[in-house]
Design a protein around this ligand. Structure first.
Ligand code: BG6
Length: 512
């Protein structure tokens, strides 16, 4: 670690202001998300001194249980999932803020009782009436709970108190359902109250994409069709479908990853510079970029999309069976566990530059990166190294597991002849800044508590994303099993994905 970098990171952390006093109400509080991510994230915020003293957490769920039982479960979860050592005093202070509230989300009486409980806690804790409702529920409950919160007045902003709702993913399952959900929410809430989460925006290196582009004079002048040959966006996982068969088999890799996580990366990498680093300007720029990324029709989608399913194989010496044999997966499932897409962006900056996206499960390695390939030098001046043997100029934004920025270029091999070799320069976050382990939810929760929506999605961005993938959804639904490729678990993906790039005389970077 670099001492100057660590000192800068520490001073930035010290200067962050404490979040606003508020009640943090979690619907679906007995689920996995609360234990694994929300409580560890709140704990990390508490350790960093970013939680207000006037604070309470109310877990809402169906099953009757005591406050103590609920706290004990959360604490067990924290100790199991926290990536930092637990400071008992901080944990005790956090759990002292936790209450359990039993209620059926469909029952209007729940909201009346919840109001009484909230008003009591607001008095006792001095939270100033600010309320953050976190919907950690199955997606079918997003609209009904939001509507009830609004109708009961619980989400009405008054007397300077804010009321905000965080909606988890998936936000819709296609364009029509996303539009309906937006419509239902916007009928009862104002856009500024709705925080649609995408946990990729909580990742430091994802946030850094805009900083890299717009805080340096170096990159932006060459960030366009004149200098960039193509861009590869890769999000591969070595994990299989695991115990999530029920959700995954009705979702598939396209819906699960592309309109949200991959499109966040795509829009940050390719958007125009916003006028200000402010929520509406940034989100408008992202939506505009996706609007320019339209796929004409199903035929074009079939030509430019590859979908595949994993078959038996092995990952890190562990045998993996066919996707179709996984728990809760239909034996004749045609759900894709891998997709690769070629997208074109119809605007002045990117006309003619392909963006290749791929994501999949049960692959050889976990790797999330954006690789920007610059155009080749125009002619071969160095006779010992013909132009086709020059190393390719890639700028790689590594997101996970390695958080880094790396530049690959040609250098002279020491010696009497002019012989070239590909070399690389890499900046690793952990070498420079002291990075405390995090869940990725800290920034998002904190930002919502201070009212900064820059890292959350707006209705237009969500719909623009779904409208890009809709032709693929339709084309693949109509094609059924036809055209569904396969790849062995533990491989780099299907050969059809290689062919997608080979057609353009290009190839994927190795995935790990
Ligand atoms: C989730 C998907 O949104 O993102 C999962 O539902 C996927 O299927 C996960 O595994 C990937 O997130 P990360 O942060 O591990 O890249």
């Amino acid at each position: 670690m670099n001492e100057a970098g660590a000192a800068i990171a520490a001073s930035v952390a010290r200067r962050a202001r404490t979040a606003d006093p508020c009640s943090f109400v979690i619907f679906g509080a007995s689920g996995d998300l609360t234990q694994r991510l929300l409580i560890p994230a709140l704990y990390n915020l508490a350790v960093d001194g970013l939680l207000p003293d006037a604070f309470c957490i109310i877990g809402v769920a169906r099953t009757p249980r005591s406050h103590e039982g609920f706290r004990a479960d959360l604490e067990k979860g924290l100790r199991a999932f926290a990536k930092r050592d637990i400071d008992d005093a901080v944990a005790a202070k956090l759990f002292a803020c936790v209450c359990y509230f039993q209620g059926e989300a469909e029952d209007p009486k729940t909201y009346e009782r919840l109001r009484q409980e909230l008003e009591r806690l607001e008095q006792a804790r001095g939270t100033k009436g600010n309320r953050l409702f976190y919907l950690a529920t199955p997606p079918v409950a997003f609209a009904p709970i939001s509507i009830r919160l609004a109708q009961s007045g619980l989400a009405r902003e008054s007397n300077g108190a804010w009321r905000r709702i965080i909606i988890e993913k998936p936000f819709g399952t296609d364009l029509a359902s996303a539009r309906t959900l937006n419509h239902q929410l916007l009928e009862v809430l104002d856009e500024h109250q709705i925080y649609r989460i995408d946990h990729y925006l909580g990742k430091e290196t994802v946030q850094n994409i805009l900083v890299l582009r717009f805080a340096n004079g170096l990159f932006e002048p060459i960030w366009n069709r004149d200098h960039i040959d193509h861009v590869q966006i890769t999000v591969t996982e070595a994990l299989t479908v695991e115990h999530r068969g029920k959700f995954y088999d009705s979702t598939g890799a396209l819906r699960d990853m592309v309109p949200n996580h991959l499109f966040q990366l795509l829009s940050l990498v390719a958007m125009e510079p916003p006028a200000r680093f402010e929520a509406n300007a940034v989100r408008a720029g992202k939506a505009e970029l996706l609007d320019a990324t339209q796929v004409e029709n199903e035929a074009e989608a079939l030509r430019n999309g590859v979908r595949a399913q994993y078959t038996a194989g092995s990952i890190a010496n562990r045998a993996v069976s066919d996707y179709r044999k996984a728990q809760d997966v239909r034996p004749d499932s045609t759900t894709e566990t891998y997709v690769a897409l070629k997208l074109m962006i119809d605007n002045w900056r990117w006309a003619g530059v392909p963006f290749y996206l791929r994501t999949g499960k049960a692959l050889r390695a976990q790797n999330t990166e954006v690789a920007i390939k610059f155009k080749q030098a125009p002619f071969a001046m160095f006779r010992a190294t013909p132009i086709d043997r020059l190393a390719q100029n890639f700028l790689i934004l590594g997101i996970q597991p390695d958080e880094c920025i790396s530049l690959q270029f040609n250098a002279k091999v020491p010696g009497p002849t002019i012989t070239l070799s590909g070399v690389g320069m890499t900046f690793k976050y952990e070498d420079y800044f002291q990075v405390a382990p995090s869940t990725g939810y800290e920034t998002l929760i904190y930002d919502c508590m201070i009212g900064d929506a820059i890292l959350f999605q707006r209705a237009d961005g969500i719909e623009a994303g779904w409208s890009v993938v809709q032709p693929f959804i339709d084309a693949w639904r109509h094609a059924g099993a036809q055209g569904l490729a396969t790849y062995p678990a533990g491989s780099e993906g299907p050969k059809e994905a290689d062919e997608l790039l080979a057609r353009d005389g290009r190839r994927w970077r190795p995935i790990g």
